[in-house]
Design a protein around this ligand. Sequence first.
Ligand SMILES: Nc1ncnc2c1ncn2[C@@H]1O[C@H](COP(=O)(O)OP(=O)(O)OP(=O)(O)O)[C@@H](O)[C@H]1O
Ligand SMILES: [Mg+2]
Length: 464
Amino acid sequence: MPKQKSKFVCQECGYESRKWMGKCPGCNQWNTLVEEIESSSHQESGAKRSFSAPGSPQKPESITKVTSEKEPRIDTALPELNRVLGGGIVPGSLVLVGGDPGIGKSTLLLQMTSILADHSHKVLYISGEESVKQTKLRADRLDVKAETLFVFAETDMDLIEQAIDQIKPTLVVIDSIQTVHQVNITSAPGSVAQVRETTSTFMKLAKSRGIAVFIVGHVTKQGSIAGPKMLEHMVDSVLYFEGERHHTYRILRAVKNRFGSTNEIGIFEMKEMGLKEVKNPSEIFLEERTQGSSGSIVVASLEGTRPVLVEIQALIAPSSFSNPKRTATGVDHNRIALLMAVLEKRLGMLLQSQDAYINVAGGVKLDEPAIDLGLAICIASSFRNHVTNPKDVVVGEIGLTGEIRRVARIEERVHEAAKLGFERAIVPAKNMDGWTSPSNMDVVGVSTLEEALEMTLEHQTPNW
Ligand SMILES: Nc1ncnc2c1ncn2[C@@H]1O[C@H](COP(=O)(O)OP(=O)(O)OP(=O)(O)O)[C@@H](O)[C@H]1O
Ligand SMILES: [Mg+2]
């Protein structure tokens, strides 16, 4: 009998070692190395696997000689999902969907498979977490009745492969990768070795047979997909399904996409009948807005290719601590510190003794510099207790000297604001040329922060 070798694998990052160690040198976490027995088939595995068909060795070719054909895409009939995927599902692609427990991953994928099955595609939904009956209960709630949707509650990789061979589907959903296991690997389902091996088997299946495979991945407490980071490198696209538990809105975000842009988002609303697409996200982000208060302004931000109008709120209050608090949700708090320093130095606002709470309404995250002007205006508005005009929308990046810098794609932002009934847009002066503004919108160019504040803040004597 061959001697069995063992190795120790970090469950966080996949670092391998012959000896046990208390602290992983790869990710500096403690107690994450777990012993795994190496089997002979396991040794040849790993990221370096080739996906070419056996018996057809590939030769290097000149790029000009490679025939390119436009990849046909499978339309999911859910425009929000199509957009995040870069225009539809690419046959033979492997997509990883991650998200918090109970956020709606299974619901989204079941809805997607049911739509595809309705369009006469064969789809196989493999559930390792729920029995066929449980899946059927959900399907009833979502009113899924397609005949070519097959459900299979199985976790053994070999049996899953057999089922795929038998049914020959165009799309397979694995819910979730942490439950699937390969019998020749001794470690438990969900361990790094199992997750890596099963994902790489699905990768081979997808590439060699042209089947699109969606795998659900659990997330860790920190919010990243559980398992080795390598998992995200192996797949073609990584989507995160996120949202606040207390809100019904869910955002599907692409963080990696080999077939499209990564900053696209799709917005859904969780209803009893399943997920419903939100066609005009700006409306939901603005619906709870209180008019004519201080510390609030609407910015026109770009999410991927789409302009989205979002309200930013600030509350600046005198601090009772020597170290004032700076709390920001939905925006980078370093950016807030920088903008507060600009307001302090260039406009003489004494903000260092003030607590600052900044919030982006609706639970979205904004990370482009074009929202700087909005942030600075709502901070100044709350600090001075001057109100802003609810019909104003602002956009602009702020430099360290307090100058307003040019932003990209101004025309789309202003047109979106005009569509939603805003009457005045405060934009960088350098952005004023070369485009036509909507007729029902007053577009004003500003070149310094001071100018912008003078224009947007109105002094009002409080009536209390
Ligand atoms: N009867 C119902 N009415 C309305 N919403 C429901 C109903 N049943 C479930 N839901 C919603 O569906 C969500 C669960 O969705 P789903 O099972 O798809 O999540 P998941 O991300 O797959 O979870 P897990 O990580 O446990 O697999 C619940 O959190 C709830 O919001
Ligand atoms: Mg689920």
